[in-house]
Design a protein around this ligand. Structure first.
Ligand SMILES: C[S@@+](CC[C@H](N)C(=O)[O-])C[C@H]1O[C@@H](n2cnc3c(N)ncnc32)[C@H](O)[C@@H]1O
Length: 275
């Protein structure tokens, strides 16, 4: 697929994220009218891997409403969020101001991040939970990340596990509680096109741009892209818990997150790499 075709699809995604954002801001899922608790989006294993953030320059790529960016600011980092959705960045600035937290937000495509951030380098680059699937080319993404990190700086990716993405309920709703392998685990060729009136949160229909494109990336593809950009893989964690109840059969765990009944399968992974 040509770079022009990727640009066209990313423009469609950008319009789709602009259109989704008002629904997300008003949703119970993000809960912005309740207690803003940025920590609830993070598992203990993530903080263990991320280490001390106070006084560090932390960049959150594809930050959306900045709900996770603010967790870094609360831990004393100089936090910067970057996202290509103008509506998301405006909402993120407003949410940070209302929370009295200091975070800087930049509107740019991830692929233009080095230029958009004026060559600034970071101690930590963080991204995930629904981010990589919007990127058509992981080799280019990994080169960008390497260009954003100081020598010794760390990348932390926390993403939905490809096995989680492959699961889905039975085609006829109500026939049974089982989840089946319904989608490809390994990436196929090209993008998955969606035209969805409703987004992943609760709330009203999305008005306007409902088309979006996603790219499936297996863990091998992520690892190989990072190695290809000269980064060193430090740790890979697999978690059977998610921060929200994706399917009705999920049960609450002592951590407050959710997992599927047995057999235990990974739903999320955390990957630490360094430059
Ligand atoms: C599901 S959110 C991920 C953030 C966070 N984990 C969350 O759930 O709120 C995906 C974000 O990626 C952004 N995005 C998608 N493709 C992008 C790109 N090429 N450059 C910058 N941002 C992008 C979207 O605008 C959206 O805000």
């Amino acid at each position: 697929m040509s770079i022009d075709e990727h640009q066209r699809m990313m423009r469609a995604d950008q319009a789709n994220w602009d259109a989704r954002t008002p629904v997300h801001v008003a949703s119970r899922f993000y809960g912005l009218d309740q207690d803003l608790d940025p920590e609830r989006w993070f598992g203990g294993f993530e903080w263990d891997d991320l280490g001390e953030l106070a006084g560090r320059d932390v960049l959150h790529l594809q930050c959306h409403l900045g709900t996770e960016t603010l967790a870094f600011a609360r831990r004393g980092a100089r936090a910067v969020g970057l996202d290509f959705s103008e509506v998301s960045v405006a909402a993120a600035r407003d949410i940070a101001a209302r929370a009295g937290l200091d975070a800087t937000y930049v509107r740019a495509n991830v692929y233009d991040a080095v230029e958009a951030l004026g060559g600034r380098r970071f101690d930590v680059v963080h991204t995930g939970k629904g981010a990589l699937c919007y990127l058509p080319d992981l080799a280019r993404w990994a080169d960008v990340v390497a260009g954003l990190l100081r020598p010794g700086g760390r990348l932390y990716v926390v993403e939905f596990h490809p096995l989680f993405n492959a699961l889905g309920p039975e085609p006829a709703p109500g026939e049974g509680p089982e989840l089946l392998l319904r989608h490809d685990y390994l990436a196929g060729d090209g993008a998955v096109h969606r035209d969805a009136t409703y987004t992943y949160t609760d709330g009203t229909a999305v008005e306007g741009a409902t088309d979006s494109y996603e790219w499936m990336h297996g863990i091998g593809e992520v690892v190989n892209a990072l190695v290809g950009a000269g980064l060193t893989i430090r740790r890979l964690a697999e978690s059977d818990e998610l921060p929200w109840q994706r399917w009705p059969q999920m049960v609450r765990t002592p951590s407050g997150w959710w997992r599927l009944p047995e057999p235990r399968v990974p739903l999320l992974y955390g990957l630490l790499a360094s430059r």
